[in-house]
Design a binder for this molecule. Structure first.
Ligand code: ADP
Ligand code: MG
Length: 609
C-alpha cells in the first residue's frame, strides 16, 4: 500500500492562506493598518509604487515588537491578541487570526523593521517567499515599518489578476478611507509614486468625514444616535441631496471594524425607501456597537463578514435609528449641517385625520373629482378671493400673498413647516409658490401629492389594507404568460393592495376591484405595471419586500400629471397633508418636492448686494 497523503510544508500552507487574505495590494494594506491600529499607533503612513505592485510600505508609531516577538510574528497562528478558546468570544482587537504577516511574507519580498518604545535599537528581518533570509539590529524611530515588494512574484496566476496601477491605487485609497473614518483620532498619510494622495490629520468624526467624502457633501449629513438593550448606533447619514450610484460610500462598522454585511446594508436601505430613488445609495457612516459575544467576526479570513446572534434585532435597531433622522426631513430646515434633527412621529389618531384629509383632497381625485367636498365642508369653506384659484391664464404670474385666508381644517391642525408658509400662488399650473420670511419656497405639486398618496397607502396598508373600489362592470384583461404566472402567485397578496381579480380562462383575468385612489385614472394600466414590477422582482421573493415599490407605483398613478390648476383651498390642503407626511422632501421616486430660494440669492441675481 502506497502512502498518498503528506502534510504540506509551511511555506506552501502560508501561500494557500495568502490566497484568502491577500487578494491585492489593498488587502495587504488593510491587514497592515489593522496591525498598526491594534499596536496603538496614532500616525500611519502608507507608501505605494505602481499601484502597490512594486512596493507597499506601511510605517507606524505604535508600540513595536521585541526581536523575539518580531520573529514569532512571522509564524503561522502566532498572535499576541488571543490566548485561549474563550478569548474568541470577546475580541476587541482588529486582528486575532495570526495569519496576515506570514501570508503576506510568503507571496512577496518582505521586510519588517520594528522597535519598542523603550528599546535602544530596532530589529530588521528580511524574508523572501516565506523564508527568513536575514535578521539584524537596526537604528530606527519607535514603531514598525513593513515593506512588501514585488507582491505575488512567486504566484504568477495571481499576478495576472492584478488590474492597472490606477485601479489598484483606487482600491488602496478606498481601504485607507474606510479605516480612517473609523479612527479619526489617528493621522493617515498615503503617497502613490511619491505623490501625496491622502493626508488626514487627527480630528473628530465630523471633520474626518468631511475630509473623506468632501466638504461640500458633508453639508448634507445628519447625525444619528440610537440605542436599545444590546445595540448602540451612532454616526451620520445623508439626505436625498447626497446620493451615489454605488455602495462604496456606505461605511458601516461593528465595534470599530469595517464590515460589508447584507443585514446591515439591508437595514440602511430599508430606512431610505421612499427617500431616495432605486439604484441610488446614500452616504452613510454608521458605528454599531454590540457586546463582543453578540457578534461573530470569525466568519471569513478577511473579517468583512460577520454573524449576529440576534440578527433581526440588530437590523431593526439600525433601521429605526436611521429612519428617526430621515423621517423629520432635516434637509428641509437644516440651518447648519451635521446636526441631529430627529423628532418623534405623529400619533395614531392624528394619522387617521390625515388619511381622511388626504382622501378628501382633490389632488387624489375621487369619481366626482371637482365636487368631492361634502356640502357641509363646502359651506364652512370660505370662497377663495378672486385671484384664487389660479387658472392657466395666470401662467407665470405671481399674486400677492393672502395670509388672512385659511380653510377650517387647516387652521385647526396646521402646525408644521409647510402649513406655516403663506401661499403666493401657482406657477404654470404645476408649481406652488409660497413664502416664509426671507425665503421663496417652490413646491412641485405633482411630486408633493405623490408623496402624500404614498404615505396614505402605506398607512392604509398597515391598518388593514388599501381601500378598494368595486368596479361596476368587472373588466377582463389579457395577460402574457409570465404576467399570468405572477398574477396567480400573488393574487392573494394583491387583494391587500386593493386589486381583486380571478382567472377567466387561459391567460385572461377578470378584475373586479381596484385601489380607490386610482379608480378615475387607468387602473388596468396600473395593474399591468404592478405585475411587471412583481415579475422583475421574481416570484420567489417575499411580497412584503416589493410593497414599497408597489405603493410608489400606485401613488404615481393616483395623481394628475402635468399642468393642473389648483384652488387656493386645494393648495392649502396639500401643504397641510405634506406636514403630516414623513420624508416630505422627496417624492417616492426620489425627486425633490420643494426648493427654497433665499432673499440673498434673489438679491444676488438682481445685483442688489
Ligand atoms: P494578528 O493581527 O491576527 O494577530 P498578524 O499576522 O497580523 O496576526 O500579526 C501577528 C502579530 O504581530 C500580532 O499579533 C502583533 O503582536 C504583531 N504585530 C504585527 N504588526 C504589528 C505592528 N505594526 N506593531 C506591533 N506589533 C505588530
Ligand atoms: Mg493582523
Amino acid at each position: 500500500m502506497s502512502q498518498r497523503i503528506t502534510i504540506l510544508p509551511e511555506t506552501l500552507t502560508n501561500k494557500i492562506a495568502a490566497g484568502e487574505v491577500v487578494e491585492r495590494p489593498a488587502s495587504v494594506i488593510k491587514e497592515l493598518i489593522e496591525n498598526s491600529l491594534d499596536a496603538g499607533a496614532t500616525d500611519i503612513a502608507v507608501e505605494i509604487t505602481v499601484g502597490g505592485r512594486r512596493l507597499i510600505r506601511v510605517a507606524d508609531n505604535g508600540r513595536g515588537m521585541s526581536r523575539e516577538d518580531a520573529l514569532l510574528s512571522l509564524e503561522r497562528h502566532a498572535t499576541s491578541k488571543i490566548r485561549i478558546d474563550s478569548d474568541l468570544d470577546n475580541i476587541l482587537t482588529l486582528g486575532f487570526r495570526g495569519e496576515a504577516l506570514p501570508s503576506i511574507a510568503s507571496v512577496s519580498r518582505f521586510s519588517l523593521a520594528t522597535r519598542e518604545t523603550d528599546a535602544s535599537e530596532g530589529t530588521e528581518i528580511i524574508v523572501e517567499g516565506g523564508r527568513v533570509r536575514e535578521v539584524r539590529a537596526c537604528g530606527m524611530a519607535p514603531g514598525t515599518v513593513i515593506s512588501v515588494e514585488q507582491i505575488f512574484y512567486n504566484l504568477p496566476a495571481r499576478l495576472k489578476f492584478m488590474k492597472s496601477a490606477e485601479t489598484e491605487t483606487g482600491h488602496v485609497a478606498d481601504v485607507i478611507a474606510r479605516m480612517a473614518v473609523s479612527r479619526p483620532e489617528v493621522a493617515f498619510l498615503c503617497t502613490s509614486d511619491e505623490r501625496e494622495i491622502l493626508r488626514l490629520q487627527r480630528s473628530d468624526l465630523r471633520r474626518r468625514l468631511a475630509q473623506v467624502v468632501g466638504r461640500e457633501s458633508s453639508q448634507h449629513l445628519y447625525s444619528v444616535t440610537g440605542e436599545d438593550d444590546y445595540t448602540s448606533i451612532t454616526g451620520y447619514v445623508s439626505g436625498p441631496q447626497l446620493v451615489r450610484s454605488g455602495t462604496q460610500t456606505i461605511y458601516t462598522y461593528i465595534n470599530g471594524r469595517f464590515i460589508r454585511d447584507k443585514v446591515v446594508q439591508h437595514a440602511v436601505m430599508q430606512a431610505y425607501r421612499g427617500v431616495i430613488d432605486r439604484g441610488r445609495y446614500p452616504v452613510v457612516a454608521l458605528f454599531i456597537e454590540l457586546p463582543p459575544g453578540e457578534v461573530d467576526v470569525n466568519v471569513h479570513p478577511t473579517k468583512h463578514e460577520v454573524r449576529f446572534r440576534r440578527q433581526s434585532s440588530v437590523h431593526d435597531a439600525i433601521q429605526s435609528a436611521v429612519e428617526a433622522v430621515l423621517r423629520s426631513s432635516p434637509w428641509l430646515s437644516a440651518p447648519s449641517p451635521l446636526v441631529s434633527n430627529a423628532k418623534s412621529g405623529t400619533s395614531g389618531a392624528y394619522r387617521e385625520r390625515i388619511a381622511a384629509a388626504a382622501q378628501a383632497s382633490l389632488l387624489h381625485p375621487s369619481p366626482s373629482h371637482h365636487q368631492s367636498l361634502t356640502s357641509e365642508q363646502r359651506d364652512s369653506t370660505p370662497k377663495p378671493p378672486e385671484e384664487y384659484p389660479v387658472s392657466p391664464k395666470y401662467n407665470g404670474q405671481v399674486n400677492e400673498p393672502a395670509p388672512s385666508f385659511q380653510t377650517g381644517l387647516s387652521t385647526a391642525l396646521a402646525a408644521g413647516y409647510f402649513s406655516s408658509l403663506s401661499i403666493i400662488g401657482q406657477f404654470h399650473s404645476e408649481y406652488i409658490l409660497c413664502q416664509s420670511d426671507s425665503e421663496l419656497v417652490v413646491i412641485d405639486q405633482h411630486a408633493a401629492s405623490e408623496r402624500v398618496a404614498y404615505q396614505l397607502l402605506k398607512q392604509q396598508f398597515s391598518s388593514g389594507g388599501i381601500e378598494s373600489q368595486r368596479l361596476l362592470f368587472p373588466e377582463t384583461v389579457e395577460l402574457t404568460f409570465s404576467e399570468t404566472a405572477v398574477a396567480t402567485s400573488f393574487s392573494q397578496d394583491l387583494a391587500g393592495t386593493g386589486f381583486e381579480f380571478e382567472p377567466f380562462g387561459g391567460t385572461t383575468i377578470m378584475v373586479s376591484a381596484v385601489p380607490r385612489l386610482v379608480v378615475t385614472q387607468n387602473p388596468i394600466a396600473l395593474l399591468r405595471d404592478v405585475l411587471a414590477d412583481l415579475e422583475r422582482f421574481g416570484t420567489s421573493g417575499a411580497f412584503s419586500d416589493a410593497l414599497d415599490g408597489l405603493f410608489s407605483r400606485i401613488a404615481c398613478h393616483s395623481v394628475i400629471r402635468g399642468v393642473h390648476p389648483l384652488e387656493f383651498r386645494q393648495i392649502k390642503e396639500l401643504l397641510y397633508q405634506m406636514d403630516q407626511t414623513d420624508f416630505a422632501a422627496s417624492c417616492p421616486h426620489g425627486r425633490p418636492v420643494s426648493h427654497v430660494i433665499t432673499l440673498t440669492e434673489l438679491q444676488k441675481i438682481f445685483k442688489r448686494t
